[in-house]
Design a protein around this ligand. Sequence first.
Ligand SMILES: [Zn+2]
Length: 427
Amino acid sequence: MALRGKESFIYDESKERMPKEEREKWLDQRLADIVEYAYKNVPPVKDKFDKAGVPPSEIHSIQDLEKVPVTTKDELVRLQRANPPFGGFLTVPINKLSRVYISPGPIYDVGELDRSSAFARHFKAAGFAEPGDIVINTGSYHMVPFGLLITDALDLLGVTVIPAGVGQTELQVQIMHDLKVTGYFGFPSFLMSIIKKAEEMGYNFRRDFSLRWALGTGERHIQMLRGIFEKDYGIEISQMYGTADVGMLAYECTEKNGMHYNDEDAIIEIVNPDTGKQCSPLEEGEVVVTLLNKIYPLIRFATGDLSSYTHEPCPCGRTTPRLTAITGMIGDHVRAKGMFIHARELDEAMSTFAEVSKYQMVLSLSGHKDTIGLKLEAKQSVDQQTLSNTIRKRCKEVFRLTVDDINFVPEGTLPEPHKKFVDERWK
Ligand SMILES: [Zn+2]
């Protein structure tokens, strides 16, 4: 309750509607400042610039950023391991942070109130979370930022939050019914599971529940689900894009025609992953982020997510570019059930099973839900049931997700070399 309706949160729409030229100047100036600051205060940033032979004084505009090599997620992890917890990127003592989140890896993520403000701006832009709303938050409160960060944002907006967390679908149905919940935050697919469960329990969701809106992230089939939510259940859906490393990066306005850049907090580039050069509008590339944040100034952090952008004016009047959609991922990781799984985590989980010679993770959709499968080649003598149970337990320990299906395939089925991940969800 400490943050509720906190006066320091000001929703300044004029910034979002700044004329394009003024916006570019404003961003270029802030970029030059943060680059200079980071070069002086963040050793790995200095290293990056020095190795590339680029003095920070050469960065005057977003275009100039092309001269600086990106920092990948794997690099960030390596730097964190070598110099925990933040790899030298944190410019204040750790006890000055309001939160430290931990993503699987472990990767340490900076938590602070500025990040909540960005989410609060999205709720406002979507027309959600008015005082009087009762919002159920089904984000995880366990180590990762999802649950608490959004609760902080909702607190700023003065709404009532139910910190429900993940799982327990039947209980969620009960809570949403009894407390007349009006807003939902979490994965759209989980909301669909809640609605289906309510129907199984004999409710008519439209008649018996008060849910008017849902804000979600982390799932690429949101567009498919959106139509069902809106048409069948009268629930407005809005989506955003962000990562645990850098916070919220882009969000939909009420027009729902792409996600406006959150350039109050970050410079976003869409970059050709092979050349490091910036892409043209609608050309697919990697989302690369420079945080305009003196506490944690990441410069050109490559998220591993693929997208494209448009400059076309939006009828809402905001002048920021928009991400069209998140269209895929690069690198050795996938996102399933809202969490990342890295190849190195899969390797780590499987490294304890000498009897398994090859493994491959297969991601598919079952209805609206992600399904995680494992294809395994193992010695014929193994007890498949016992081994499956142990592998499930181990995977849960390492990357915190349940493996739904384990299939033993004859030796030689998986080619050499074979892909660690096969994603069949977007075919
Ligand atoms: Zn708009």
